[in-house]
Design a protein around this ligand. Structure first.
Ligand code: URP
Ligand code: ZN
Length: 466
């Protein structure tokens, strides 16, 4: 007797899709069987004609964030409720210290809030802003506390969260010693500041100038430098939100040489473009790096399909229309970031799998498995295998939905994907064996998610593993 049985679905495995039944007991997967099993279950879900996959892992979410003086619309409850509605069962967020606070203190405060609110499991990437001799020891401590991946912003100087090259080099050195991974928001701040000053001086303040002042070279230069530096220092490297076709080429080349370099892109860079910045509500679409061209999006899709890009995250950062209006007179005053973590899997499924840009197994890899491998959660998460956590989603390819802010679970009044019709939606989301969404009915609870202590695998440091 087991707790739950998912019967006759198409189970998506790393290299194949099989017609099978999935057995779940005490929060774990206890069987994947193609035979007519006689094992009974307390509850059975009929999944004929549907796809059974590992729950999504979104390793780039800014829930309950405050950025450029504005508090985002979501919190850890509404954010994880929305994420799980769209098939995500694990998130990794950020602990970004305000000026004068240590990363360790920020981690403690973030956990105090998040632990009470999260519906699904979560972890944190600490953000490193500066490294005084006193707090350099915190890096080892943070890694030992289960947060071995870090984000360094090489931008946002005036916002007070930028890490300079000195911090970057120290971080590479410290993380190599203790088994950590440096991840960067890679853009060239000096070039950007120069271009922004010039645009403002010339009175060019509309939203499109956000993209014009951050042309592809500003990202390409820094991504290239990070790969070069990491390779020189024998360190692995993770590039948050890659947006440019030149970047795909760089990761292809480095990985073909066997270097452990990893890049993510985000949903918006695959389906939106800089043309959105020219709309009357163009300021809403300001995110960093900026939206690019159709050609870049196609290169990113290709990079995902061939494996040069490892995964797709949301970079959830939810600001309403009114919040965005703070920059209505000048693009540089708009709080950066886009909402929509709940649409990551449905859009990838609809635009990727349904349109044959990526296979089902690749979909599962880039929405779940690779994040688990890179960030030290595998095989607890990211795969349907006996012994793994029963974080499972069932996608019904017949379910169609037109994205609208009217359905928002965190009171968002716009989405970059507004009006887009997606084919395929998770009819069921299961977190550690418990059904939290079934046919649109929510049964999750605040605080049921747990903080995940992560440890990076040794192979991550030697060659590309995801
Ligand atoms: O515009 C963005 N991406 N906002 C969130 C902060 C970041 O840079 O990741
Ligand atoms: Zn960033």
């Amino acid at each position: 007797m087991v707790d739950l049985r998912i019967k006759d679905g198409k189970i998506v495995l790393p290299d194949s899709v099989i017609d099978a039944t999935l057995l779940i007991d005490k929060g774990k997967i206890v069987g994947v069987t193609t035979k007519n099993t006689t094992i009974k279950a307390d509850q059975t879900i009929e999944a004929k004609g549907k796809y059974v996959l590992p729950g999504g892992i979104d390793p780039h979410t800014h829930l309950a964030t405050s950025f450029m003086g504005v508090n985002a619309k979501d919190d850890h409850f509404t954010g994880t409720k929305a994420a799980s509605w769209g098939g995500t069962t694990t998130i990794i967020g950020f602990a970004t210290p305000p000026r004068g606070e240590s990363t360790l203190d920020t981690v403690t405060k973030t956990r105090e809030r998040a632990d009470k609110e999260v519906i699904i499991d979560y972890s944190l990437h600490p953000t490193i802003v500066n490294l005084s001799p006193e707090n350099i020891g915190q890096i080892k401590t943070l890694i030992e506390m289960g947060m071995p991946s870090f984000k360094l912003y090489l931008v946002y100087r005036k916002e007070g969260i930028m890490a300079d090259d000195g911090v970057l080099l120290q971080m590479f050195n410290e993380t190599i010693k203790h088994g950590g991974l440096v991840g960067c928001h890679a853009e060239n701040i000096s070039m950007i500041e120069h271009l922004v000053a010039k645009a403002l001086k010339n009175g060019n303040r509309s939203a499109i100038y956000h993209a014009r002042t951050r042309p592809p070279i500003t990202e390409a230069e820094t991504v290239n430098r990070m790969i070069y530096l990491a390779n020189y220092l024998h360190a692995p490297y993770f590039n948050f939100h890659l947006t440019i076709k030149e970047g795909v080429d760089m990761f292809r080349e480095a990985r073909n040489k066997g270097q452990p370099m990893y890049a993510e892109t985000c949903t918006q860079y695959l389906v939106n473009s800089e043309n959105d910045l020219k709309r009357p509500d163009g300021i809403n679409y300001i995110c960093t790096p900026p939206l690019r061209t159709k050609e870049d999006s196609e290169a990113l899709w290709k990079g995902l399909a061939e494996g040069s890009i490892s995964l797709v995250s949301s970079d959830q950062c939810a600001f309403s229309r009114d919040m965005k209006k703070l920059g209505k007179d000048s693009f540089d005053l708009v709080p950066n970031g886009l909402p929509g973590l709940e649409f990551r899997l449905p859009i990838l499924f609809s635009e990727g799998v349904m349109k044959k840009r990526i296979s089902l197994s690749k979909f599962s890899e880039v929405t779940s498995t690779n994040a688990a491998k890179i960030f030290g959660l595998y095989p607890q998460k990211g795969i349907l295998r006996v012994g793994s956590d029963a974080d499972v989603i069932i996608i019904d390819p017949k379910l169609e939905r037109t994205i609208t802010s009217e359905d928002s679970l965190y009171d968002m009044d716009w989405y970059p994907y507004e009006g887009m019709t997606v084919k395929g939606w998770p009819s069921t989301t299961i977190s550690k064996g418990k059904i939290i969404w079934q046919d649109g009915v929510f049964t999750g609870k605040a605080g049921e998610g747990e903080f995940l202590k992560r440890k990076l695998p040794l192979e991550l440091f030697k060659k590309p593993i995801a």
